[in-house]
Design a protein around this ligand. Sequence first.
Ligand SMILES: [Zn+2]
Ligand SMILES: [Zn+2]
Length: 332
Amino acid sequence: MKPYLYLSGLEKLTKRLKGNEVVHIGIRPYGFHAGNVLSLVVYPYLLCQEMEKNKKKVNFKFKISINDYEQDFLDGPDYRKYPFNIYPKNSSFQFMPDEAGCCKDVVDHWQPIMENIILKIKKTFPKITIDFVRNSSLKNKYYFKSLLLETLKNPKEQAKIFAKYSGREILESPIQYAGVICPKCKRAHGKTTVYSSKRILWECDECGFKKEDKYEAYDYWWYHKAMLTARLKILKVQVAMSGGDHYSEGDYNIRRKFMRKYFRKFKEPVMLFCPTLIAKDGQKMSKSRKNSEYTDIKKLIEVASSTYRSEIKISDNMIKKVKNEKEYNCIF
Ligand SMILES: [Zn+2]
Ligand SMILES: [Zn+2]
């Protein structure tokens, strides 16, 4: 099997799809800039449109996973140079306060904004379904729990896979891809020791809280690459869509290796990678790089539907000025 890349990959992929497949896309619940819109709105839209062009039914079941178990911000010795020596700066998104101050937390702030826009695809393709799944809600599912425990116990095995397939250098330490969120101070810094699923010891570096309890009693942060494997399995995903940056990080091979190593009898989903959206400064658009812009979604659909390259560079006429992100939901 080969990865399906960008617009030509999308066109090829639609030739083999029936139109009723389960399609997965994940997003961090923090911002909804043009790069996010390209993979969460524009590419799903183009996938449906291409099916119609091929005179096929469009009954896709989209599963949008809201990655609230991911690190709030990346931290580590040098997370751009050593992307696999990372840990959360403070906590997971699940426990990140709403920066705008109007909601219980950052997930409650951003999820409705994303939902409002993504659900508009149904106006053009009414037979598709779109479900939103918070990663935290999968915590007690068998495959989630087993792979999370494995990630807590043996992170070095996963580091080896990342090093082999990404070609990136990895430092000896720190190597951890999941951890307990302190039940008391809700921060992620501390030591998680797994004796068994019924006995997990948490020792907090921030507030000194110490506790031994069963798996179900805690919340966790979890690096997205391993966590994705669990989601693909649980949601019975047939098509996994992702941003192009994942392809350049070696994720196509990393995921296949994870699927084979951790889950037997895994029917591998096909993988479609979208182009990477490049900001005006020439870097990949990202909220943490502070180069992100909102986009006029119709214009971005127009550009993306005729761009076969691995990158789409934002231009002034694709940018939409948005004062309050809650107003962004009416633009489509
Ligand atoms: Zn809010
Ligand atoms: Zn604590």
